[in-house]
Every structure is written in structure tokens, then in C-alpha cells.
Design a protein around this ligand. Structure first.
Ligand code: GAR
Length: 208
């Protein structure tokens, strides 16, 4: 089985969708072994405990530097023999040595069609830009911000009367579809990373 860790900072609806899709059998041969939060009262921690998943708060202020924090985090991930790390509303940038150590084994979900609208408040950025279509992206995490190889994307139409809340809600519904799908593909060994390009299902790129 694939041992998964989920890193969270807040509400945890994406965590919940992964939990539900493991419990329903859509994702097989995988288990969430630990959920780690950098926010002590993140609702995601409660969701984990509710399903009897170990839920750990790491207090950033108890670890002098990002390096120290991530050393401690790596200790936990090793203890749980983690194969795959999922960022699910985790609002901290990971350091380069952490990312290199888990190259192509860290996934993130972002609420825009990357490479548009990286960083915070992606849905607000999309509304203010005036795009007619936005969406969400699951990608592997590399050393840049929201810049790693793209695994899956889903578009969502932007409506003229959308608010940040209404658009975020419709994008979130699609996040809960493509994140479990990406995890399933990973667990089944169906993702192959060639530089920036992630091939799904078909291992070979078509030759002309
Ligand atoms: C999700 O919309 C996710 O895409 C976004 O935060 C929300 C977390 O919700 N992530 C980012 O903006 C990352 N920069 P959740 O805690 O309910 O899963």
C-alpha cells in the first residue's frame, strides 16, 4: 500500500475528499497514515481524528527556522514511512531541500488553471483579471511557487455575477474530483514525469 501524509492549514475539505475516496474504494491500496498541520485549531485535524487518523500539530514558533521545522517534519514522515505527501490547503512554502528529498512525491491542489494566478487568493485574482474561465490544478511540487509539473486540471466557467465566494465554491467542487483522481493515478503507478510533462495512463508519448 501507498502510505500518504496530508499537510493542511485549515478547513480540510480536500483532505475529506481523499479520505472519502479511500473509504469508498475509489482509491485502492492507499492509506492516510498521518495528517500534519501548522495551525493548531485547523478543522482538518478534527476531520482526521474523526476517522482515527493520527493528526499532529507542529508549532512553527517552536522551531527556530524553516530548516528546523522541516527537519522535524521529515522525522515524522520517516516514522510513518510516507511514500506520497499531499498538500491540501497547506499555506506554507516548503524549502528546497525538503522538496528535493521528495521529488515527484509531493502533490498540491491550486484553485486556478496554472500557470495563471499563482500564490494566494487565486480565485480573487481570476475575478479581478476578468477571465471567463478559471478552474483548478493538481501538480507536483517543485522548487518554485505553484510551478511544478501539472498532473490534472479542470476548467470552471466564471459567471458575470460571481463573487469570490461563489466562484471558489464551484472551483472547490472540481478540486474534490481531480485531487482524488490524481492520487489514484499515482497509487496505481500511472503517472510518469518527463521533465515538466506528466504523462497519464499511456506511458509512451505518441510518435509521429
Ligand atoms: C482550496 O481551495 C485549495 O485549492 C486552496 O486552499 C483551499 C483549501 O481548502 N489552496 C491554495 O490556495 C494554495 N495556495 P480545504 O482546506 O478545504 O481543502
Amino acid at each position: 500500500t501507498c502510505n500518504i501524509a496530508v499537510l493542511v492549514s485549515g478547513r480540510g475539505s480536500n483532505l475529506q475528499s481523499i479520505i472519502d475516496n479511500i473509504e469508498s474504494g475509489y482509491i485502492r491500496n492507499a492509506s492516510i497514515n498521518v495528517v500534519v498541520s501548522d495551525v493548531h485549531d485547523a478543522y482538518a485535524l478534527e476531520r482526521a481524528r474523526d476517522r482515527a487518523i493520527d493528526a499532529i500539530f507542529i508549532n512553527p514558533s517552536e522551531h527556530g527556522s524553516k530548516k528546523d521545522y522541516e527537519k522535524y517534519l521529515i522525522g515524522i514522515l520517516e516514522e510513518y514511512s510516507i511514500d506520497l505527501i499531499l498538500l491540501a490547503g497547506y499555506m506554507r512554502l516548503l524549502g528546497n531541500s525538503f522538496i528535493r528529498r521528495y521529488k515527484n512525491r509531493i502533490m498540491n491542489i491550486h484553485p486556478s488553471l496554472l500557470p495563471s494566478f499563482k500564490g494566494l487568493d487565486a480565485q480573487k485574482q481570476a475575478l479581478e483579471y476578468g477571465v471567463k474561465v478559471s478552474g483548478c490544478t493538481v501538480h507536483f511540487v517543485d522548487e518554485g511557487m505553484d510551478s511544478g509539473p501539472i498532473i490534472l486540471q479542470q476548467s470552471v466557467r466564471v459567471l458575470e455575477n460571481d463573487t469570490v465566494e461563489s466562484l471558489s465554491e464551484r472551483i472547490l467542487e472540481q478540486e474534490h474530483v481531480i485531487y482524488p483522481e490524481a492520487v489514484k493515478l499515482f497509487v496505481e503507478g500511472k503517472l510518469k514525469v518527463q521533465g515538466r510533462i506528466v504523462l497519464t495512463r499511456n506511458y509512451e508519448r505518441p510518435v509521429k
